[in-house]
Design a protein around this ligand. Sequence first.
Ligand code: SF4
Length: 166
Amino acid sequence: MLRLADFDIVFQEVPNETTLALNLSECPNHCPGCHSLHLWEATGDPLTIPVLDDLLERYPYVTCVAIMGGDNDPASVLQMAQTIRQRHRKVAWYSGANALPADWTITAAEEAIVPNSDESPLACFDFIKVGPYVEALGGLKCRTTNQRFYRVENGRLIDCTEQFWH
Ligand code: SF4
């Protein structure tokens, strides 16, 4: 289950997009130095489709919806991403995990025999950020960061982290 702790309209998390950021609780990553300790607990109501639709009705001008968290339930993240797509908004996922779920990505060997990757779960997203917060390395705006921000094209990940360094 995904729980919505709070939300915000943001402009920097996804370059060139006006984004409705859905901040989810029950984060399992527990990064030392976490800037959002309140997201470790199971706070907030379940993030359901009616809740999403209500927010999109209140903020119809958003061009993108960012799912911030949800590492406790990637299957529900995927379902929510599909729903956001149906609402004609771009979809971003900010994951604090080190890597995406193994069965979401296409190996080089599979890529050779599956030229059309539209059926990959990644095809449900436009942008994906991965990586826990490591205080010594900094967040996306630091050139030393361990985190990566990808644009998703045809189910494949294009590293765009540099966009945050300008
Ligand atoms: S992923 Fe984000 S919210 Fe979760 S523990 Fe790490 S910094 Fe905190």
